[in-house]
Design a protein around this ligand. Structure first.
Ligand SMILES: C[S@@+](CC[C@H](N)C(=O)[O-])C[C@H]1O[C@@H](n2cnc3c(N)ncnc32)[C@H](O)[C@@H]1O
Ligand SMILES: Nc1nc2[nH]cc(C(=O)O)c2c(=O)[nH]1
Ligand code: SF4
Ligand SMILES: [Mg+2]
Length: 258
């Protein structure tokens, strides 16, 4: 079993050396994905990731991480300035590569916020998380040389090796209320999803219901979603899994800060 000391230096090229958290953006929007879609929420996006999905819609947190190191106090203050919001979504990049994410979640919990953590499911940390929104990465996410948005496939092997960590994934599922939210590119992803869901069910004591499994169409623009959403909706019906829209993309396309 991984313990806290095993994950102090996660497998990532991200800069984890500053004080506080590297923050790419903080913004107020509607939760666009998953079972809480439509809920007004403040988003905190950390920078840096241990994976490199070719389709990553947050390029400046993964392929070319940018952001400013900020202390937890200043992040909490900015969250509180959005007085209407009772929900906070901690995302990235991969927010759980940063130990300080735990401190932020503790502060938000003490302040009475509902917290969702958007995570790729490869790192478990002990923190007050109300909803673990896990998006395990499928083979179709791997940045092959043909699909690499930046280089020539230099990340292919590392991404492929690190994208599933069954120990971490099972611990998250066992410790937190969970949704498993898969990015679907086409129907060839489904055998891998059903197999992974079976393996999670075998490895955990928790009941993972079919409607805890969400299929989300791949696409960072409306135009791209026009090519995937109908097929993914049909697949959700066929397999008995839940469909999740990308409400923010439907509403605001790929506008920054949404
Ligand atoms: C940018 S990621 C950050 C959190 C974490 N690294 C993860 O992957 O879950 C936030 C969410 O966007 C999803 N996502 C990223 N790019 C996407 C795309 N092109 N189409 C659909 N979903 C995408 C991820 O799978 C994840 O559910
Ligand atoms: N509105 C909105 N909802 C989201 N849900 C998860 C997001 C993410 O990037 O993690 C996201 C996002 O970027 N915007
Ligand atoms: S795991 Fe999340 S943040 Fe990292 S590259 Fe994939 S989609 Fe982007
Ligand atoms: Mg997003």
């Amino acid at each position: 079993m991984p313990v806290a000391s095993d994950i102090e230096e996660p497998a990532t090229d991200a800069d984890t050396t500053g004080e506080g958290l590297p923050i790419n953006e903080v913004f107020y929007s509607l939760q666009g994905e998953g079972t809480l879609a439509g809920v007004p929420s403040v988003f905190v996006r950390t920078s840096g990731c241990n994976l490199r999905c070719w389709f990553c819609d947050s390029y400046h947190t993964s392929w070319e991480p940018t952001g400013a190191w900020r202390d937890v106090d200043s992040i909490v203050e900015e969250i509180q300035s959005h007085e209407q919001a009772g929900h906070v979504v901690l995302t990235g990049g991969e927010p759980l590569i940063h130990e300080e994410s735990v401190e932020l979640l503790e502060r938000l919990d003490a302040g009475g916020y509902h917290t969702t953590v958007e995570t790729n499911g490869t790192i478990h940390r002990d923190a007050p998380i109300d909803l673990a929104s896990i998006s395990p990465k499928l083979a179709s996410s791997t940045p092959t040389p043909e699909r690499d948005p930046k280089g020539e496939g230099e990340w292919e092997e590392k991404h492929e090796q690190n994208r599933i960590d069954m120990d971490a994934l099972s611990q998250i599922v066992d410790n937190y209320e969970t949704q498993l939210k898969f990015v679907v590119t086409d129907e060839s992803d489904l055998p891998e999803i059903t197999d992974l869901v079976d393996r999670v069910r075998e490895a955990t004591a928790t009941t993972v219901a079919d409607d805890d499994v969400l299929l989300m169409p791949e696409g960072m623009t409306r135009e791209q979603l026009d090519g995937t959403r109908s097929e993914v909706a049909e697949l959700a019906m066929e397999y008995g899994y839940r469909y999740t829209p990308r409400l923010h993309v439907d509403l605001w396309n790929d506008a920054p800060g949404t």
